[in-house]
Design a binder for this molecule. Structure first.
Ligand SMILES: Cc1cc2nc3c(=O)[nH]c(=O)nc-3n(C[C@H](O)[C@H](O)[C@H](O)COP(=O)(O)OP(=O)(O)OC[C@H]3O[C@@H](n4cnc5c(N)ncnc54)[C@H](O)[C@@H]3O)c2cc1C
Length: 449
């Protein structure tokens, strides 16, 4: 049953404008998603004067709308050290800050319906072994222990018991509060319009509420990074995919952890319900960026061909009519859309309901009580782009987290803070540099095992 009150009420909140803004900072972070707030926290803990500007709400976009999975299973090897660090930070965050983000390690399980799928998991288990990650193949009998009373006859799966989940609506604001307590200024309803430079290097960040002098700026603007960077003459390949998500009412405990089946992504929630999404639909609204970046994204698009659903509609014309350059004295596209809040797809919601009923018939009477959508921003190889932009000394980007930046976020924040201050975190960011897409390196998209 999809109840009639599947609403987006969580997202309707008043915007709190800053009373004043600092004149100066060592670092300005643009964007208050999990990546921005984690970076601000680590910078502030180092004693760096950091200001974070968020055009809408903290975690109002991807970071508050995701499934809440914190998973190392299936990660690209370039991301593994950062994800290992992220898991350690998630583990210790509550003890260090007193903030509850609902993080628990209850495992991540990918299912196989045939032997061919099972063989694909073997490759991940081999990689996991090299990094001492406790992933293992499980058989049909063990599957039944994890997924209770399902009529589906899986042949087995791959399980990483040390993976976990956190509650997205809590995590972003909690990291922002921790950053504030450590000395960061966190400004909401404060869009960044652009940069000022002196001799080609960053000299200030221009916000809708005034100018902040700084020599270091970080663009952690999620789905807006490509537009922001383009206005500065920096090309960032990025496409968007709409993800529809729902939550059920509290119900029977049919699964403790996170489960990804060919038709359903599901995880237990702290409130006793489940967060659910379709496992086999990626909705990509065609926009001018689809054509601009088609060659770079071709390997990823071909890899996901079976589950890709393209559409042509208002998103194309909205992007076509979006200015690419603007005066820093005028209202910019960032102020016109404080929060990117796409409509959930009713068709996908019906599919989610059908798939829950098939896999967990005992939840047949459990209503879906809320649904929402988020725009996932992706890079051509489905791995983030993090690093300095050489043409504008002082300017850096951290974007393209491609559907898995929530779990990675705290590890990314630590690594990025280290990059900005020259502190060695032991996490090599060079493989994630933006220039990999422009220097002739082969583009090999990460596969979601
Ligand atoms: C439906 C869905 C499911 C997902 N599931 C998972 C999951 O289970 N696990 C996982 O690890 N990841 C998941 N992800 C991906 C994850 O949510 C993202 O990778 C991650 O949140 C990215 O964080 P971010 O800080 O880079 O970007 P965002 O959270 O998008 O934050 C960017 C912020 O920048 C702000 N901004 C933009 N431009 C400006 C400007 N000019 N001035 C000021 N502010 C600006 C925006 O308002 C926004 O708040 C999912 C994503 C979606 C949408």
């Amino acid at each position: 049953m999809i109840s009639s009150n599947t609403v987006s009420s969580t997202w309707d909140r008043p915007f709190e404008q800053p009373e004043s803004i600092p004149n100066e900072a060592d670092v300005v972070v643009i964007g208050g998603g999990i990546v921005g707030v984690s970076t601000a926290w680590f910078l502030a803990k180092q004693g760096v004067r950091v200001v974070l500007c968020e055009k809408g709400h903290i975690a109002g976009e991807q970071s508050g709308r995701n499934w809440g999975w914190v998973r190392i299973q299936g990660r690209d090897t370039r991301e593994i050290p950062m994800m290992q660090e992220a898991l350690r930070i998630w583990d210790g965050f509550e003890e260090e800050t007193g903030e509850d983000v609902g993080f628990v390690r209850r495992g991540c399980l990918f299912t196989a319906r045939n032997d061919k799928e099972m063989r694909r998991f073997e490759e991940w288990v081999r990689i996991a072994g090299e990094y001492e990650i406790e992933s293992r193949l499980i058989d049909r009998d063990e599957m039944r222990k994890h997924v209770r009373n399902s009529p589906i006859e899986w042949v087995g799966g791959v399980l990483t018991q040390s993976d976990g989940r956190a509650e997205p609506h809590k995590a972003g604001p909690a990291f922002a509060r921790a950053a504030e307590r450590a000395g960061a200024s966190i400004l909401t309803s404060c869009a960044v319009r652009g940069l000022e430079t002196s001799g080609g290097s960053v000299s200030a960040v221009v916000t809708e509420h005034g100018v902040i002098k700084t020599s270091v700026a970080l663009c952690a603007a999620g789905a807006w990074s490509s537009l922001f960077c383009r206005s500065l003459g920096v090309a960032v390949p990025q496409l968007k995919v709409r993800g529809t998500v729902a939550r059920t009412a509290p119900c029977d405990d049919v699964l403790d952890g996170n489960l990804f089946d060919e038709s359903l992504g599901i995880r237990r929630r702290e409130d006793g319900g489940y967060t659910v999404a379709h496992g086999a639909i990626l909705q990509h609204p065609i926009t001018p960026a689809t054509f601009r970046w088609s060659l770079k994204f071709m390997p990823a698009l071909l890899q996901e061909l079976k589950i890709l659903r393209v559409s042509f509609g208002k998103e194309f014309f909205e992007e076509l009519n979006m200015p690419r350059h603007w005066s820093l004295d005028d209202v910019t596209p960032f102020e016109k859309t404080r929060v990117l809040d796409p409509e959930p797809s009713q068709k996908v919601l019906r599919g989610i309901r059908r798939n829950i009923d098939k896999i967990f018939p005992q939840l047949g009477d459990t209503p879906i009580v809320e649904s929402w959508a988020g725009m996932v921003e992706t890079s051509p190889d489905v791995v983030p782009m993090i690093g300095a932009i050489d043409d504008i000394p002082g300017f850096h980007i951290a974007t393209g987290f491609s559907g898995h930046g929530f779990g990675l976020g705290p590890g990314a924040g630590k690594a990025i803070a280290g990059m900005l201050t020259g502190v060695d975190t032991g996490i090599d960011l060079d493989p994630l540099r933006l220039s990999r897409f422009f220097d002739g390196s082969p583009i090999r998209p990460q596969s979601t095992i």
